[in-house]
Design a protein around this ligand. Sequence first.
Ligand SMILES: Nc1nc2c(c(=O)[nH]1)N[C@H]1C(S)=C(S)[C@@H](COP(=O)(O)O)O[C@H]1N2
Ligand SMILES: [Mo]
Length: 515
Amino acid sequence: MSRRWAALAGVVAAAAGLAVAELVAAWVAPASSPVLAAGAAVVDTVPGWLKDLAISWFGTADKAVLLGTMGVVLAAGAVLAGRLELRRPPWGAVLLAAVGVVGALVATRRPGASATWALPSLVGVGLGVVLLRAFIGRLRVGSTAPSHPDGDGALDRRAFLWLTGATAAGALLAVVASRVVGAGARAVQAVRETLRLPTAATAARAVPAGADLGVVGLATYLTPNETFYRIDTALRVPTVDPATWSLRVHGLVDRPFELTWAELLDLPLVEHHVTLACVSNWVGGDLIGNALWLGYPVRELLARAGPHAGADMVLSRSIDGFTAGTPLDVLLEPDRECLLAIGMNGEPLPVEHGFPARLVVPGLYGYVSATKWVTELKVTRFADDVAYWTPRGWSERGPVKLQSRIDVPRQDEAVSPGADGFVTVAGVAWAQHTGVSGVEVQVDDGPWEVATLADTVGPDTWRQWRFAWDAAAAGRGQHTLRVRATDADGAVQTADEAPPAPDGATGRHTISVAV
Ligand SMILES: Nc1nc2c(c(=O)[nH]1)N[C@H]1C(S)=C(S)[C@@H](COP(=O)(O)O)O[C@H]1N2
Ligand SMILES: [Mo]
């Protein structure tokens, strides 16, 4: 009998944990739901033939079948956890906790995820474990207490039923609440999906065919939105309805004004490719991506407002309070496309990347320029205003540093030379707004050898490069590959190693491979 009650305890505890996880997910970001994230991860990882089979069997019901299967697996796991907790505590709780940790890991690995996407699973599983321990505790008192005044433990059984019943009701309430909490975010997501962006008055330069070398494992010239790195301080992704959005331009200006979404869409928009990089990127890291942005030049907005002489900074503010301090003269440069962007790679900005509007400034790290969900530009002075990261140990100014990275082969990869004895080495190099003019590769302690540069639309994006390495001549065993770039001004990437803080990492990406 108590085995059945234990199974019930497991199911109710797991269901309550999941319900609360859904509620937290609705608050953090709709896609952070552990159930949805796990389902999406399954879809992404099952082999193609299985996917085809599922579609041919179930047609458009394939998603429902997937969620149903997951439900059955979860229920079976919950039954097992309940029984285990009764017979071999604390292994039932451990099983539950393990599922929660896996859920948290899966959620943080979804496209556009941040670390906070682990929260729903962690909070849910924390609650599930506490409930499971409490339920089973009641059961055990009820079944193993001959000295218990009630004799057969009926009182504790009643307490157990009361507790599980109330929990089940609470779980139901949590599910309802999660629908309500998530409604705003879903509405904004729906607005974004139906939005048609205006075509640019000034189109971007077409990407030359030679910009992408097509080497397997090499970062593509354009980074898809789904895999574009994401960095922000937002515990919950701000969801901003364009209909209520506006940008306030004020501060040390002659003519402060407010720009609405409708007004912004009516302006002549510009398209421009810019590689965005994070100052926190380590040498060889991947906190960098290249996209086609659609937006309106910030220079024009500032000209409309008329900045005062003496102003030297624009403090941009996000709806979530984040601020960035950008040098005013950079934003006013006639030949630098600093954009109030609304489009990314031909789509409205993804919600995680700043929907409906953000800034993008070629040549500056994101933390001093690329404010997402931007609602305010305040013309001010570095002496008077302080941006979010400045008192937290990061430099007030953040020009991007010349860098290069080896993508292929990977660190510790075992490579086999082709029939000609060569191995392809390839990567990317960047010096936004200055441009990259050369890349060289060094094998072990040999001479620096010139790599072939791919084409690019201009100096504001990274450039791919490739190098044919005579690995057969190098011989079997471990070898070191190192890269350095030269910018369009002739400056060579420094070998001096510096960490990301306070103003960007330096050094040369170096990997070790085995032939
Ligand atoms: N509102 C807001 N905007 C922000 C940030 C932030 O924390 N909050 N982080 C900045 C940093 S540090 C970087 S590197 C870029 C990253 O932009 P992405 O997430 O679109 O790649 O956004 C910038 N804009
Ligand atoms: Mo960043």
